[in-house]
Design a protein around this ligand. Sequence first.
Ligand code: ADP
Ligand code: GN1
Ligand code: MG
Length: 412
Amino acid sequence: MHAIGSRANWIEAISSIARTTNKCHHQDHRPVSSTTNSDLQSIVDHFQIYGDYVNAEPYGNGHINSTYRVSMNQGGCEVDYILQRINHTVFKDPPMLQSNISRVLEHSQNKLRGKRHPQATRHAMTLITTRDDKPYYRDTEGDYWRCYIFVQNATAYDIIKNETQAFEAASAFGKFQSLLTDLPGERLHETIANFHDTPARYQHFQDAIVADAKGRVAAVSEEIDFFEKRQGIAGHLLKLHREGLIPERITHNDTKLNNVLLDNLTDKGICVIDLDTCMPGLALYDFGDLVRSSTSPAAEDETDLSKVSMQINMFEALVRGYLSSAGDFLNEHELANLAFAGKLITYEVGLRFLTDYLEGDPYFKTKHPQHNLDRCRTQMALVKSIETQQNEMQDIVDRCLRSKSQQKNKSS
Ligand code: ADP
Ligand code: GN1
Ligand code: MG
């Protein structure tokens, strides 16, 4: 956000990620399988985890960190943990990042415990500290590790299955924002400066075109045109923020569907995860990323673009879910831009995938050379699908807001 760091700082931060990742062997694109079980066992020994080490396996589909599920035998019972190597080419200051996460989780768990929630450790993650009581461990290679209790019987879905999941995911992220409205203490650190500054992302994209580091520009002129034609939308939310119409809040900033765990039996929203970018931001980018990641029946890297679409029933479920938990604190300008936010962040993430492709994939983990381009194309298809349904989406928001205010009037 503009209030936070200058555009120049942000561009320098992002360019430096690209520089380090292009040159340096220490970039975090090592396959998760390259870390052996005995390496992992010795990392685990540094955390306050007790019992006998059973095994560790790569886990989940995140694009950034290296995640493992670790099993320990504790008195005859197997207990699991999540162990993560923090990608420190993306997150430059892991101790600062971990200090944010510790504060956010302590606050969330205190609130749950205050209400005597019977499963506080299933509804907010629990960070396991090291034997010397730090929220991370730094190994001899300079890598940073963290460990959480594994939340059982819940799933991080890559593709939305039904409207209940959409409602629950949106409601869980709204509740997460709501829990943090009274986080005590100083402002959270910005773990990646100006993360959702879409105009700065656009500038970075233009720089990547000029540099054409991998000679990929010529073959993607259609994709480049797509983003250039729509440049006008990039600054809309930041402009409203600069004008004082939409406020800075503590937001998650990476609210894609697979960053919330839903209960395996009921699909209830259980636990918001992936807190690396939890920092000051705009609530609308969080809602927007739900639209981006939870309305299409296709995977983010689907190559059959005819499968990509913004399903309006899923959008309605997201609006209802989000309003059920965040509706009371959002202001009129935020509410008025719910329908727009999905288009903006889908544009932004598509732009980021294309930029990464042009630069030779230094940022997102990829499985093959076209991967970022495939991902970019699904985002383009989704933006187009949203564009054809913008009026319907706005009608749904208006209808949901009317019914919420009628309910409020009835109960008062
Ligand atoms: P990344 O930043 O790389 O996206 P995440 O923090 O999202 O990493 O973790 C990757 C995946 O690991 C998640 O999508 C989820 O499947 C799983 N995961 C993360 N934390 C937990 C947890 N505490 N309990 C169970 N599964 C988890
Ligand atoms: C990354 O970490 P993960 O996989 O949950 C990225 C998001 C993108 C998303 C696209 C820190 O999320 O910003 O929207 O990929 N996270 C970071 O799938 O850059
Ligand atoms: Mg994730």
